[in-house]
Ligand binder design. Structure first.
Ligand code: ADP
Ligand code: MG
Ligand code: ZN
Length: 602
């Protein structure tokens, strides 16, 4: 389409150009001299004019030829001055006629050409605008078309670790495969399904898999795509999307990142959300308007269900919510296996162990991890990806990229080493902390100068109070070691302090673990479903309570700091020896640390 348009425009330009040239040649080939009217009169009186043609404004004609040459006379023209010259012409024996001026070329030049010129400019500008802002001429029609995928190459086997969500979606697939069966019984079919879960857990993938499993067309659009520059376009797009989907039923309409479009109305009054509101209203209209019997299933995904407009979640709209949660250890193992299919890994790769190293990671992280490990193997010239690559990839993902060549001065290095060993020894001593896997003073990323890697042995859903306290002590172990050894402290602990304070604050505010404040929940009214920081509403307690919370937090931190300090003071020799070893080797494995401890005890 586009190509063709461009060509036809060029034809027009070429044609005009051609006409101009022909006209020019015609005009120059037959030389016409323009003469003053007075000269014309003189010539006339001297009988030198043979014939003329008179138009409203001009006289053009031919002079009498010399008798010697056989040529016809020269052509001339002049601007007509007196209105009455026919008598004079007759007197001098001139053949004359009146003529209606042919204005074709002049019209072409003065009228048609500029029109073409402006049309051309307009056309190119439109093309420009179209390039930036797709679909100006087509008013939102094209976009949905692009997003129809008739063949989605994704099936349920590509999505792992979200078994519950899959089970809930099986019914949808059944319906899409044989809608008659459902409609014959008259049963209520699912209509709007909202996939809810943290980013990267596979919501988009799951929606595609539903389409792939049921073999129906998949209309997919992201919520942000509906929000357009021009008011009303988003709504038009929604209308168009639903109209197209109905023609292709049974099919799936999937709106990704629904929150971009479905934010509660009046949320954030930055102005200019009129367009979004209109689009949302149109979506609600379409949701109500369509008959589920047609066989169009509506799916949407969001990671922020709490900010969605409640109207979207009302019965008959997105009334069924499917939670796509972070995978647990076995789930991570399954996801890793899916992605390992695409890489050459050693046969005895311990996938379970990798899964154990990656708590909290979601599907997207794990896909990234496998890729990172494969890249490492390539860089190391290996044929297959092994455990060591995975170990390094995990570390990279967790703590940023290893930067071996970053220089730290020896004094700083010493502080970092004591600090990290401080963490490790406290962790090793206190019960219920994750075992230390390794300590390193190789700087990673921008923030962390050193790093103590603790690997949880299992996924935890519950934590006891003592465990949380021990965790705080471990976090404070770094600074405690610095104070013991140097009698001075550094800025290197700010990350530890913020984590420790977070834990302490949650213990008091959310878990009711304070001795003096009782089992009261001090959260805020509008909690984020996934505990995203900064998403809290106003507090629901008094200023006095806030003060008490602050005091309690401070008390917990101070107490745990003393615990850490005591542990390290009692193990001063081990602290020294391990630090020397760490400074020497740059990394110490957890086992080495244990061996050192045994050695000193003996
Ligand atoms: P979301 O939409 O929830 O943010 P995506 O579906 O876009 O997450 O996931 C991004 C990528 O991460 C997918 O393309 C896939 O490679 C990987 N991934 C995420 N979750 C899973 C899963 N459960 N199983 C397999 N791969 C997954
Ligand atoms: Mg997504
Ligand atoms: Zn630290």
């Amino acid at each position: 389409m586009e190509k063709h348009h461009k060509f036809s425009l060029w034809y027009v330009v070429l044609a005009i150009w051609g006409v101009l040239i022909v006209h020019n040649i015609f005009a120059t080939a037959v030389a016409v001299q323009t003469i003053p009217y007075s000269r014309f009169l003189n010539l006339l009186k001297e009988n030198k004019i043979s014939e003329v043609a008179i138009t409203a404004n001009e006289i053009h004609g031919r002079m009498r030829a010399d008798d010697k040459s056989g040529d016809k006379g020269e052509l001339f023209r002049t601007v007509r001055v007196d209105p009455e010259i026919s008598q004079l012409l007759e007197d001098h024996n001139v053949v004359f006629k009146g003529e209606i001026e042919s204005t074709f070329f002049r019209d072409l030049l003065s009228w048609i050409l500029p029109v073409f010129f402006f049309v051309g400019i307009w056309y190119f500008m439109m093309k420009r605008i179209q390039g930036q802002q797709q679909g100006f001429m087509t008013l939102g029609k094209n976009k949905a078309k692009i997003y129809v995928e008739d063949e989605v190459g994704v099936t349920f086997t590509d999505v792992a670790g979200v078994e519950e969500a899959k089970q809930e979606l099986v019914e949808v697939i059944d319906f899409l495969k044989t809608p008659e069966r459902f409609t014959a019984i008259g049963g209520k079919v699912p209509r709007g399904i909202l996939l809810v879960g943290p980013p990267g857990t596979g919501k988009t993938l799951l929606a595609k898999a539903v389409a792939g499993e049921s073999g129906v067309p998949f209309f997919s659009m992201s919520g942000s795509e509906f929000v357009e520059m021009f008011v009303g376009l988003g709504a038009a797009r929604v209308r168009d999307l639903f109209a197209q989907a109905k023609q292709k039923a049974p099919c799936i309409i999937f709106i990704d990142e629904l929150d971009a479009l479905g934010k509660a109305r009046g949320f954030g009054t930055m102005g200019g959300h009129d367009e979004r509101e209109q689009t949302l209203n149109q979506l609600l209209v379409e949701l109500d308007g369509f008959d589920a019997q047609v066989g169009v299933i509506l799916m949407a995904a969001t990671n922020r269900p709490e900010i969605l407009d409640p109207a979207l979640l009302r019965p008959g709209r997105f009334d069924r919510q499917v939670l796509v949660d972070r995978p647990d250890k076995s789930g991570r193992e399954a996801i890793l296996k899916v992605h390992l299919k695409n890489v050459q890994a050693v046969d005895d790769l311990d996938v379970e162990k990798i899964a154990a190293m990656t708590p909290g990671m979601v599907g997207a992280d794990l896909a990234n991890l496998v890729n990172e490990a494969a890249l490492l193997a390539v860089r190391r010239g290996k044929q297959k990806v092994g455990m060591s690559e995975f170990q390094e990839a995990v570390e990279r993902l967790v703590a940023g990229l290893e930067k071996k060549n970053r220089l730290i001065n020896p004094e700083e290095k010493k502080i970092v080493a004591y600090h990290e060993v401080g963490h490790a020894l406290v962790a090793m001593t206190l019960p219920g902390t994750d075992p230390v896997q390794k300590i390193t003073i190789i700087p990673r990323g921008i923030a962390a100068l050193g790093y103590t890697m603790q690997v949880p042995t299992e996924d935890r859903f519950l934590m006891r109070k003592t465990e949380l306290l021990n965790k705080i002590a471990t976090l404070l172990g770094g600074r405690a070691a610095e104070e013991i050894v140097f009698d001075d402290i550094s800025t290197g602990a700010h990350n530890d302090l913020s984590k420790a304070s977070d834990i302490a604050r949650s213990m008091i505010k959310q878990y009711g673990m304070s001795d003096t404040m009782g089992q009261v929940y001090h959260g805020s009214s509008q909690r984020s479903l996934f505990l995203q920081p900064g998403m809290e509403g106003p507090p629901e307690y008094s200023q006095a309570t806030a003060e008490r919370i602050d005091n309690e937090v401070r008390e917990i931190i101070q107490k745990q700091y003393q615990v850490a300090k005591k542990i390290l003071e009692e193990r001063r020799e081990l602290l020294e020896k391990s630090t020397q070893k760490l400074l020497h080797q740059e990394t110490i494995a957890g086992d080495e640390l244990k061996a050192l401890a045994e050695e000193i005890k003996a």
